[in-house]
Design a protein around this ligand. Structure first.
Ligand SMILES: Cc1cc2nc3c(=O)[nH]c(=O)nc-3n(C[C@H](O)[C@H](O)[C@H](O)COP(=O)(O)OP(=O)(O)OC[C@H]3O[C@@H](n4cnc5c(N)ncnc54)[C@H](O)[C@@H]3O)c2cc1C
Length: 499
């Protein structure tokens, strides 16, 4: 008789695959169902006329999180995925004609900030030391465990971190702190940008988010050979090697449960009208899908609470096959707006795309030449946008496309539009529809308040025993390394509670 414990994972996003791998490595029998015909969820891929594009994430940080996942399964990440360290983390273009490179080498970066923007070179080290301090206090506490389990709070390390909590700078905003650390508008805008790494506003989000530059400069920024989508593909391969059954193109219709005395106990899921029994169900789909569609509980207090929180920002993404090589650009490029404050006001307060948006251009063919024909480059062009609230996205896309083209073309001195050979666009409404993400938000709820970290949906349901959540819409939040950590938190909880 097979006495293995059985888990079903709803969704083959990075969080779901991470949970599935960890449970399978601990002897569980695991099945993953995804409604799409590919794995990776938001980290998808598409090919058009010889150009390959990643559809979602473009930057890898915290490689240790991925290495750890492979290590748990007795494997080596390097045998599955080639990470390429980026010596030039990002190239920045400012409206006043200044351009500069953020180098991975700290001294070179400090020199560059000084020579190109007039920033005191000592400020970079001082700021990164402060960022590293936040990381040393907050990372384990917020990224590696649930904030909703009493057991987390009685660990010595957790208590020690709680005592050092003022060190994570929770009372100032990110922008206030950045302005204290840097003297020039160029350096300030560069470091305020890190709020967008989890879809937040630097003028509202707590300075705790200044943790991110530590991750990027001291932990390293990486490209992936073959693009970001190589990561979910590698996780799929690893999961299958561990015996996980991955069902693509099979949407879970319901999470099933029975009433046991005073509590509800999850019994499995239904797919294509058939019941699939399980002791534990991990929902990697957005939490709104879980309550509204899979548990048919449109009035669940958890759902109403979640819907009352502010979603993170979304994006308008243009995928351009550009039939020209552009040595003016690097792997990651940012074209800053003139007025950052008004840009974020338009996104978060007015709910419209900015008149003068900051434009991000990612070109994976710079490090993976097979991603584009010999004569061209695959441009992933992203502009931060408000979450979907019924805006007229085709009009917004047309307007933003024009502005983005004008901004890039004038700053690099190339008429980019003339060279676009193929193109596609993804709006916040498309993101919502294709990845089942609430209002098309990229990272679940925003971090625009001091309490946001504690308001994210918990990883274990208290009302439905046996139901667990991981992914961008719950703790510890969105972004590739965070959802992979979420898979670890969930598998630890399952191993503890489902004995
Ligand atoms: C445009 C864009 C740019 C981004 N840039 C970055 C970046 O540079 N760096 C970074 O770290 N992060 C970035 N992110 C965020 C990152 O992609 C996400 O946080 C992360 O990939 C989300 O993973 P997840 O585990 O939450 O699953 P998701 O990717 O949200 O996948 C959930 C899966 O659940 C499936 N599903 C839903 N309902 C059901 C059901 N009923 N039955 C079966 N399956 C179901 C969906 O099909 C989907 O595949 C970006 C996201 C986007 C969209």
């Amino acid at each position: 008789m097979n006495d293995k414990r059985v888990a079903v994972v709803i969704g083959a996003g990075l969080g779901g695959l991470s949970a599935a791998i960890r449970l399978a490595a601990r002897g569980w029998q695991v099945a993953v169902y995804d409604g799409s015909d590919y794995v990776g969820g938001k980290a998808g891929t598409m090919t058009r006329d010889g150009y390959r594009f990643d559809t979602g994430p473009s930057l890898v940080t915290m490689p240790g999180v991925f290495e750890d996942l492979f290590r748990v399964a007795g494997r080596d990440l390097a045998d599955y995925v080639t990470l390429i360290p980026l010596p030039e983390v990002c190239r920045y273009f400012y409206p006043d004609g200044v351009s500069l490179s953020a180098w991975a080498d700290e001294e070179r970066f400090a020199r560059e900030l000084h020579e190109r923007a007039g920033e005191n070179p000592a400020n970079l080290k001082r700021f990164l030391d402060y960022s590293s301090r936040i990381y040393s206090i907050a990372a384990d506490m917020f990224l590696n465990r649930s904030l909703h389990e009493a057991s987390s709070y009685v660990r010595f390390g957790f208590l020690a971190s709680l005592l050092r909590l003022p060190g994570i700078d929770p009372l100032r905003t990110m922008a206030q702190s950045v302005e204290r650390h840097f003297e020039t508008p160029h350096a300030r805008q560069l470091f305020e940008r890190y709020a967008t790494y989890n879809g937040s506003d630097p003028f509202q989000t707590p300075a705790t988010l200044n943790i991110i530059p530590h991750v990027e400069y001291r932990g390293g920024a990486y490209a992936v050979e073959g693009g970001i989508h190589a990561i979910p593909r590698a996780l799929e391969q690893l999961a299958r090697e561990l015996g996980v059954h991955i069902h693509r193109g099979e949407r879970v219709e319901q999470i099933t449960w029975r009433q046991d005395k005073r509590r509800r106990r999850v019994t499995g899921v239904s797919v294509n009208g058939a019941h699939v029994p399980a002791q534990a169900v991990v929902c990697n789909a957005d939490v709104t899908i879980a309550y509204r569609d899979l548990l048919s509980e449109p009035d669940a207090p958890e759902l109403l609470r979640y819907e009352s929180l502010e979603p993170s920002s979304s994006a308008l993404v243009f995928y351009w096959g550009v039939g020209r090589e552009c040595p003016e650009l690097s792997h990651h490029n940012i074209f800053f707006s003139r007025d950052y404050r008004s840009e974020f006001r338009q996104i978060f307060e007015e709910g419209v795309c900015p008149d003068d948006p900051t434009v991000y251009v990612n070109i994976t063919s710079k490090s993976s030449p097979a991603d584009a024909p010999d004569h061209g480059e695959n441009w992933f062009v992203l502009v931060n946008a408000p979450y979907d609230n019924g805006q007229d996205w085709s009009a917004e896309a047309e307007r933003v496309r024009k502005t983005a083209l004008a901004t890039i073309s004038s700053r690099i001195g190339v008429d980019v539009e003339k060279h676009i050979e193929t193109e596609a666009v993804m709006t916040p409404a498309d993101i919502a529809e294709r990845t089942s993400s609430y209002r098309g938000s990229l990272y679940g709820i925003s971090s625009n308040s001091r309490t946001a970290a504690f308001l994210r949906h918990p990883n274990r349901s208290k009302r439905y025993h046996g139901l667990y959540f991981c992914g961008g819409s719950c703790h510890p939040g969105g972004g590739m390394p965070l959802v992979v950590s979420g898979g670890k938190i969930v598998s630890d909880l399952i191993l503890h509670h489902e004995k």
